[in-house]
Structures are given as C-alpha cells and as structure tokens.
Design a protein around this ligand. Structure first.
Ligand code: FES
Length: 154
C-alpha cells in the first residue's frame, strides 16, 4: 500500500514538474518576445556609402560616369547640388550615356532622352532616372546604395 502511494506521489510530482517546466518555458518565451518587440535589435546597415567625387571636380552642368560594380551611375553637378543618377534607362533597362555637348542623357535603345536633372524629355521612358541619396561632407561627395544583401528567408 505504502509503495503504491509512493508511486502515485512520485507520478504527481513528475507531472507537476512537467507542468511547471512548460509554464516556465512559455513565460520566458513570452518575455523574450516582448523584450524584442519593445527593444528591437539594432538593424544592420542598410546602405553602402561610396565616394563619388570631390567638390569642384565636375563643372556645373556637367556629369561624370562612375561604376558601382558593373553598373554605371552618373554624378551630375547642378547649380546648387550634386545628384547621382542610375545609368539604367527606366524604359527597358538599357545603359544610357551622357552627351556632353547637349548636356543630357541618351538611351540608344529606343532614343530615350533625359535632361541633366534626370527628367524625361523625349522618347518612351515612363519615368525619370532613378536617383541615389547624395551627401556632401566637406569637399567630398558621397552616394548611398541600398544594401541588397538579404537573409535566406527573403
Ligand atoms: S530602353 Fe531606353 S528608351 Fe527603351
């Protein structure tokens, strides 16, 4: 009899221990999720910063081509600021070129034309050239390119 009671008592104890364990795991998980929600971890840098020129290197109204990887981008010196445009046409993705004598961009594929501010002034492109964020620090001009590195779930 006493042995039977001892077995039952042990069973109850183990059952209670299991329940308490599950409750502790649930509370700890909930608390961790709440903390992550309230204080999200600092995200990775979202942009790459590239030096694209020095102040005074490009005359006002002119552009300079540089390559980011294999992709051309154009740094344009407008009257009050620098702009950096993608060298990819917004029509079907051909590579544009800067026409120095005309002060504009030209896409040879379907004769798309963009002015020095990236605005479409001729041909089929549906929208202006894509622009990159630009910042000047002292005499240097930097552009920022979105970091496309993603995790395996993206
Ligand atoms: S791809 Fe540039 S105009 Fe068509």
């Amino acid at each position: 009899m006493a042995q039977e009671e001892q077995k039952q008592s042990r069973r109850k104890f183990l059952f209670s221990l299991g329940i308490i364990g599950v409750i502790i795991i649930a509370v700890v998980t909930f608390a961790r999720d709440m903390l992550l929600y309230l204080f999200p971890p600092k995200k990775e840098k979202k942009f790459h910063k590239y030096l694209v020129g020095k102040r005074g290197e490009i005359a006002v109204g002119k552009a300079k081509e540089i390559k980011i990887g294999k992709t051309p981008v154009y740094v344009v010196h407008l009257e009050k600021e620098y702009k950096v445009f993608s060298g990819i046409c917004t029509h079907l993705g051909c590579i544009i070129r800067w026409e120095e004598d005309k002060g504009r961009f030209f896409c040879p594929c379907h004769k798309g034309i963009f002015d020095k501010t990236g605005k479409v002034i001729g041909g089929p492109p549906p929208r202006p050239l894509d622009q990159f964020r630009v910042e000047e620090e002292g005499d240097l001009v930097f552009m920022y390119v979105k970091n496309k590195t993603r995790g395996p779930w993206a």
